[in-house]
Design a protein around this ligand. Structure first.
Ligand SMILES: [Zn+2]
Ligand SMILES: [Zn+2]
Length: 326
């Protein structure tokens, strides 16, 4: 019915297909297609491979020794904080320069024509990017560092159990398979919680001021939201894994949002794709608020009736739901 309505021009770019979900959860299960989904996500989408490589580099070259981390000193804690800040500047900073400052690919694959806000009182320093950098570092990197320091020092003291990769090589593939599922479920439920009117008004609003998002919007969140949002790696306190698995999980939580909020679906150089970047699924959440709380790896939004697939019909359905509620 509604797809026949004339389309309003909201997006500068919109994917040709509706928002897809992991076929693992379709009925009857599509095992072959689901396998392809995982392979595409992990092998050909190289930013996930990038996180694995980065995880190994961090673990081997950029983390203090366990001997040092047995004790608590400001020196090594500060070095972890500075390293994390540098990593965020490397990823979010480069994406911002490439896509938004130097506009290397122009508006190609850019969801919204709008630029980052300047001269807007909603943001600290009246500037969206400076505001986002402030919250990302002061709140995002601080929480990231606290969780990481806590995990590492407890591992060093033997309080948190680990399962070394050398002894359990298979676990690596199990975690690789499970990360998106754990994060998909965790993100959906904590995100719905954050949309509780009280939490939304006092906490989640900090992130949602960004209707138009950029790489620095990723973990630009109120400290309470960062504490909740970054809590999925805490599973490694309970389920023994190699510390490298914790590191990869942690950087996926903290660095991946720079891509998913970049505002561009793909990063290209001329006509060659370099990386997949933002997903339209979350872009729709920033545009319409009451939909797409999770991600595309676990279709909880479909199961709970909160999905928006990008169609005009879905926008009308959402409006209808809101009208009935109010
Ligand atoms: Zn977001
Ligand atoms: Zn939200």
């Amino acid at each position: 019915m509604s797809d026949s309505l004339p389309k309003r021009k909201i997006w500068n770019y919109q994917p040709a297909d509706l928002v897809p979900y992991n076929p693992l959860f379709s009925w009857p299960p599509k095992v072959g297609q689901s396998f392809n989904w995982m392979v595409r996500r992990w092998i050909s989408v190289s930013r996930f491979v990038l996180f694995i490589v980065l995880g190994f580099i961090i673990q081997h070259y950029l983390t203090p020794s366990y001997e040092v981390m047995k004790g608590f000193s400001l020196d090594w804690v500060l070095s972890v904080f500075l390293r994390n800040t540098a990593l965020l500047f490397l990823i979010a900073g480069s994406l911002h320069l490439y896509l938004h400052s130097y506009k290397v690919q122009g508006d190609k694959f850019k969801f919204l024509k709008r630029e980052m806000d300047t001269n807007n009182k909603v943001f600290k320093f009246n500037n969206q990017v400076y505001d986002n950098i402030f919250w990302s570092v002061v709140s995002g990197v601080t929480v990231w560092t606290i969780y990481e320091v806590l995990y590492l020092t407890l591992v060093a003291r033997g309080v948190v159990a680990t399962a070394p990769l050398a002894d359990y090589p298979f676990q690596f593939f199990v975690w690789i398979f499970c990360f998106p599922l754990i994060r998909g479920v965790h993100f959906y439920f904590i995100h719905r919680l954050l949309h509780h009117p009280f939490l939304y008004k006092h906490v989640h609003i900090t992130h949602h001021r960004n209707v138009n998002t950029g790489p620095w919007s990723g973990i630009s969140m109120h400290p309470i939201e960062n504490v909740i949002y970054q809590s999925s790696p805490l599973i490694h306190f309970l389920v023994p894994s190699d510390p490298i698995i914790f590191t990869i999980h942690m950087i996926m939580v903290t660095l991946n949002p720079a891509f998913t909020h970049s505002g561009f679906e793909k990063i290209v150089k001329k006509d060659t794709k370099i990386l997949d970047s933002a997903d339209f699924h979350h872009q729709l959440h920033h545009r319409y608020f009451d939909c797409n709380y999770g991600n595309m790896d676990v279709p909880l939004d479909v199961w709970f009736g909160t999905d928006h697939d990008g169609s005009e019909a879905a926008t009308l359905r959402l409006r209808d739901r809101k009208r009935k509620r109010s």
